[in-house]
Write a protein that binds this ligand. Structure first.
Ligand SMILES: *[C@@H]1O[C@H](CO)[C@@H](O)[C@H](O)[C@H]1NC(C)=O
Ligand SMILES: *[C@@H]1O[C@H](CO)[C@@H](O)[C@H](O)[C@H]1NC(C)=O
Ligand SMILES: *[C@@H]1O[C@H](CO)[C@@H](O)[C@H](O)[C@H]1NC(C)=O
Ligand SMILES: *[C@@H]1O[C@H](CO)[C@@H](O)[C@H](O)[C@H]1NC(C)=O
Length: 644
């Protein structure tokens, strides 16, 4: 009797509790990570081998939770924890706590319930566009008011976070779809070698999506001992990768060998791709693989960066100089009898050299220097004590701004140094006997987008050989080298150059009017030709393309202050504008009388009415055309016509 009574009491008790007051627990977590599922398709990670959840930062993904009972938003609580690295910390962004919200906002770690189906809920989770990349572990925590303590459940599977060239807020953002297909998603390519007159090519198997490759690439990052908080910054990541691909100082992936004797290893010419190399390195626990030369270092670099989500390509430079003394010239020394001075001739010109371009904004540099960045993993010279090189802005290389980091002088010299011949006189002093200005940096080549053709990108690295702009770049650069007096410097610097914007600056939709002011501080006349170039720029500082080039002859009377109007017609830039349109104006020239170099860069925004979805009354016809959730999409297409 007593037993029966107890039973009935407990039964009636549990019946009197409403369902939502029962303890809540997580039965299972489904990361919805199947290879062809929505998450991986939307994140462009469906090519990677296996069924892990591989996502890109700054973009939402879905997960499903199976709970012990239906979730009650009024009383139950839920949050997610993502942890990466050995010592996850909230202050270092290596431990993120994701709370439930009603509406997701860009650039935040947040989650929202998007579907309820009995005991199952589906969450849409947003990540930050500057998130640390790598492997994360997920924990789900739920709490119910009377259900007692929180329960957590770990799906025992890693989530892999990658860079996101599809996300505008990620610094590796690249807008052209075909370029992303090539520079992130293509897993084969071409490498160029030989001499400029006989360019050879070979197919290289990057293989970044094959089984074990993502793990191997993440292993390289891990081995680099770059602390996890640093793994959110692509500038940092590519610099570290350039050091890790060669074995010097850090037991990196590949040992270089140029001796011709490759016993005990694989001859550098025998490799046909990166897969075997990276897998071997991973499998053997970080033992350098033997042997590599420049194209192997470059091919492996392309694989690792594409795998991590940074747009990247291998690039070959023919007649590539190796400047050992940071003079920014390639120097050949001869004695009195014109015999080469072997011990001094440490600079050399390689028939070809292969390095990498990787794509990113450079928030650490002045605007205009984003876009392609040169990166060289072949161990040639140390940079801050380590064998690594770059990233150096290709724009900075072209304009000779070698003081912009990283290692710009070295790459500048590879493509654009003059070859200077020195002879020792009887008194022991060397004098310059000849200067070859076109000896270095030819036919810079990379595989074309969407075809197997060779694409010549020399113009990205240097102005037309022999043009005044190219000479100005060389002389600008050499001033920052160890032999600043190689070029007879100008006799006087008495002309100044400045750009002024009218009023609040040019307005979108109209011709842009600029005032160029030149001042003659001397008592003689001064003449020059100004080279004017305007390029469209993303707000990230990445140049999109040149929209106008112009030349303007200028003659200054003594002491004259000359203000010249220069107009950029609307039609020349209207089709080219990108988000938060900005333009970069570059002026350069040389004063005929004094050889003084003039150069200045100005970036300016085109004024638009400040727009925010809530505040700006929309034209009524627009209101009826779009609803709020679609406005964002239509906004770009509408802007030109409605708001300018
Ligand atoms: C290149 O490989 C050969 C043969 O294994 C070896 O004797 C030589 O020391 C290597 N050179 C370098 C620089 O590692
Ligand atoms: C590349 O080399 C490996 C062996 O080293 C070989 O199995 C593979 O078939 C080669 N691939 C191509 C495309 O030649
Ligand atoms: C890679 O590029 C080559 C040549 O453009 C093309 O044939 C191939 O289909 C591309 N591969 C992928 C996966 O896009
Ligand atoms: C608003 O746009 C969204 C997305 O296109 C669509 O799903 C929804 O049905 C639209 N709502 C209305 C009221 O038109």
């Amino acid at each position: 009797m007593i037993i029966a009574l107890t039973f009935s009491i407990s039964l009636s008790l549990s019946l009197s509790l409403s369902v939502s007051e029962l303890m809540l627990s997580v039965h299972s977590v489904d990361l919805l990570s199947s290879k062809m599922g929505q998450n991986r398709m939307e994140h462009h990670t469906d090519h990677y081998h296996g069924n892990a959840l591989i996502i890109r930062r700054g973009q939402t993904f879905q997960i499903e939770l199976d709970l012990s009972r239906p979730f009650n938003s009024n009383t139950d609580k839920l949050h997610l924890d993502l942890r990466t690295g050995p010592l996850p910390m909230v202050s270092k962004n290596t431990h993120v706590i994701i709370q439930l919200v009603e509406e997701l906002e860009d650039d935040r770690w947040e989650a929202k319930i998007v579907e309820r189906n009995g005991n199952r809920i589906k969450l849409s989770v947003n990540s930050h566009a500057k998130a640390v990349i790598g492997k994360y572990k997920l924990t789900v925590t739920v709490e119910s008011p009377k259900g007692g303590s929180a329960t957590t459940r770990d799906p025992r599977k890693d989530i892999v976070m990658l860079f996101n060239p599809w996300c505008e807020d990620d610094t590796v953002y690249m807008d052209d779809e075909e370029e992303k297909k090539e520079y992130v998603l293509n897993d084969t390519g071409r490498l160029y070698y030989g001499t400029e007159k006989q360019i050879g090519d070979r197919t290289w198997n990057y293989g970044q999506f094959l089984e074990g490759m993502l793990e191997a690439c993440l292993y390289v990052l891990e081995k680099s001992e770059i602390p996890p908080p640093g793994r959110g910054d692509p500038v940092n990541v590519v610099r570290v990768i350039s050091a890790m691909i060669n074995s010097q100082d850090d037991n990196g992936v590949l040992a270089g060998n140029w001796s011709g004797n490759y016993v005990g290893g694989v001859s550098p010419t025998a490799w046909n791709g990166s897969v075997e190399i990276l897998k071997k390195y991973h499998k053997e626990g970080g033992l350098p693989v033997k042997y590599g030369q420049c194209w192997v270092f470059s091919g492996v670099t392309t694989t690792v960066l594409r795998c991590l989500g940074i747009p990247c390509r291998s690039v070959t430079n023919f007649q590539s100089a190796h400047d050992t003394d940071v003079s920014l010239t390639t120097d050949m020394y001869f004695d009195e009898k014109m015999e080469p001075f072997d011990e001094l001739n440490t600079d050399s010109v390689w028939n070809f050299h292969v390095w990498n371009d990787c794509w990113m904004a450079r928030p650490d540099l002045p605007p205009g220097n984003g876009g392609w960045q040169a990166l060289d993993a072949t161990p040639q010279e140390t940079s801050q004590g380590t064998f690594r090189c770059g990233p150096a802005s290709v724009t900075a290389i072209r304009t000779g701004q070698v003081y912009l980091k990283y290692d710009t002088p070295f790459i500048f010299a590879e493509v654009n140094s003059d070859k200077i011949y020195w002879q020792r006189n009887l008194d022991g002093i060397f004098t310059q006997i000849q200067c070859e200005k076109k000896a270095v940096g030819h036919c810079i080549s990379t595989k074309a987008v969407g075809s197997d053709k060779r694409n010549d990108i020399t113009h990205l690295y240097k102005h037309t050989e022999g043009s005044e702009e190219e000479r100005i770049a060389v002389e600008t650069a050499s001033r920052y080298g160890t032999k600043p007096d190689v070029y007879s410097t100008s006799m006087a610097e008495d002309v100044s150059l400045e750009v002024k914007l009218e009023g609040e600056g040019p307005r979108m939709g109209a011709d842009a009017q600029l005032t160029i002011v030149m001042t003659n501080f001397s008592s003689q006349t001064r003449k020059t030709t100004l080279h004017i170039q305007v390029a469209v720029m993303y707000y990230t500082g990445v140049l999109k393309g040149t929209v106008k080039k112009d030349k303007m002859p200028v003659a200054l009377k003594p002491n004259e202050v000359k203000a010249m109007q220069w107009v950029l017609p609307y039609h020349s830039y209207q089709d080219q504008l990108v988000d938060q349109a900005a333009l970069m104006l570059t002026l350069s020239g040389r004063v005929s009388e004094t050889q003084q170099v003039l150069a200045t860069q100005t970036s300016f925004r085109l004024r638009t009415p400040d727009l925010s979805i809530e505040d700006v009354p929309l034209p009524s016809f627009l209101n009826s055309m779009v609803n709020k959730s679609r406005l964002q999409l239509n906004f770009k297409q509408c802007r030109d016509t409605f708001f300018l």
